[in-house]
Design a protein around this ligand. Sequence first.
Ligand code: ADP
Ligand code: MG
Length: 714
Amino acid sequence: MVHDHISKHFRLTETQKRALSRLKIETILDLLYHFPTRYEHSGDQKTVSGLVVGTDAILYGTIHKPQTKKSWKSKRPMSEAWLEDGTGRIKLMWFNQPYIAKMIPGGALVKISGRVEGNTSKYIANPEIEGVSELPIGGSDTVFGAQTENDELFSVYPESRGITSRWFRHAIAKILTNDVLSLCVDTIPKEVLAKYKLPKISTALVWMHQPKNERNALSARKRFAFEEIFVIQTAKQQLRKELDLEQSYTITNAKTHAEEFTSRLPFSLTHGQQHALTSIFEDIGSPHAMSRLLEGDVGSGKTAVAAAAAYAVVKTPPKERPSATLQVGYMAPTEILAEQHFQSFIQYFSHLPVQIGLITSSGCKKYPSKVNPRESTKISKGQLLKWVANGEIAVLIGTHSLISKNVQFRDLGLVIIDEQHRFGTGQRHMLIQKDGLIPHLLSMTATPIPRTLALTLYGDLDITVLDEMPPGRKKVITKIVDKTGREEMYTALRNELDAGRQAYVICPRIDEPDPRKMTALQTKSVKAEAARLSTKELRGYTVDVLHGQMKPSEKEERMRTLLAHEVDVLVATSVVEVGVNVPNATVIVIEGAERFGLAQLHQLRGRVVRSTHQSYCYALTSSGASSRRLQAFVKAKNGFELAEHDLKIRGPGELYGRSQSGLTDLGMEALTNLKMVEAARTEARNIIENDPLLKKYPALKNAIHTKKEKIHFE
Ligand code: ADP
Ligand code: MG
């Protein structure tokens, strides 16, 4: 019965059906796993006369004079109404929600909850509202029939248009019977529950939905948070185990090959880079596939590490074809980056008799050209794919196009995924060819991931942290600038340009904002700002623009002219955020800095850490220099510090989009608890070690299956 479709047990309107499907609730079990986001205390129930500004209140009463209006400041539509409860009346307002006034008629009996605000006259902004059939008598709660002392808790559920928290409360109360509970099997093995003192499933479900007290509710939340992380971890460990049983290409002599490569570089590797390579050689020297994530701050030199590994692979012939080479696939998130890597690899590998290909959605290239062996040439996709399939192209660099179905390698030995966080976690499997050996995988990311998240999302990978910068790099000087500091900043910028350096100016928008959208007015646009700068503060300098709506070929051309120093200042959107490398650029001006996340700001600042000149980052803000986030941006020593900071202030949900991680809010919450995540990993490992197919754990196996279906996370 727990797997029954929900419509078998509830009579649903079409709107309700749609709402439930938006919330991905199909079965009775899904409904039981639709957890409250918070609990209301019956003690919060107040009367209008007893309201205190700054506190939360639940009120029962009748609605008077509901109306839609334009808000006083922004002229946006809003709803307004009065609530009367016999002891007085208070104004209710809903900004940007004009439909609310149309939905509740005057005289309706309602329950509202929200925070009391105001000075001389009190009001509640954006309260939650639901219709009730009767008013409670006196102050104590009788609406839900609960005979409480003081503090009964009521679950508040995530809603969707057409279905209310109240509906969930009643529906769940109806199915939360002993019969149903006895049918729920526990995903977490008994011994694990006992070890961490977690409540079993039947208890936890009751505590989650109808807690007697905060302690019960917390304990249930902890259990389900653990469960979510544990299921993901087990899935990842299982994936890893499967892979470890398969054969891969054994790259012998990797170290010798790589040394040959690095001896040709104009610099010597940092200890961090050497350390990363040592781990990689160990991995690719074994008969099983490498699964490694290289996590290194922006500018730490990940490309050189990847190229050295790639070099060792293309120097290795496949077993049955001693005169051929193994192949390398290198995937980058943008065309600009793919093109840049293509150029670097040409430089790195030009002395070898190997061919290098580039594949993006705007075209294909090959190096060397038959006509001019020192240059690359454009070729058709069909031709390139043919040479990839017969093994003639040793290194194929590309964007997403690299994993399309029609790209077939002959002997793919190594897959490199650059800026991995841009892709999600499932890419590798698309590159694994059905029959044949499993390629080694090197994932790279400059987004510092808090450890808990790395252990969870990348639970199937070994992680190397590259925590050292190439020598001679000076720390970027970061300054927060408000209106008063602009002139001084432009003077400093011109000084840098006069000294032969280049600069970026980052704007949050491409075009002039729509004047009807008030909030956007403050935001600088790329086009307008470029036009303004070239006639005002930067008159006499060459200013160009770059943004995401340009054709890839245009973007490429812009980056080429910047690199060739035909352009002094590039005004751009955050498209330049990832990986682009122009060592002569030493200044980055970020307009509207408060609009960017910390990780993104850090990436942007990373555009100017690539040279030995002193670099500067100016974060422009209209909200004053006081913001804690921007202060952290100025002070942080590295990206990892910022990531932990972002995790604390903004929460993981906002940081790493839900859809990308596949985690629920509860799972996200768990990520702030390193001990819990580590415990889940330990248990998942033990289980997979002893029972890789989960024969003894059918419920867990089932949960993994459901999770995969729901979020397609592998
Ligand atoms: P990221 O890790 O952000 O991808 P890159 O690989 O693009 O960084 O490297 C940034 C710059 O540092 C490049 O110009 C590269 O040539 C240079 N570089 C890499 N390793 C070293 C090193 N050991 N010493 C000096 N410069 C280096
Ligand atoms: Mg890079």
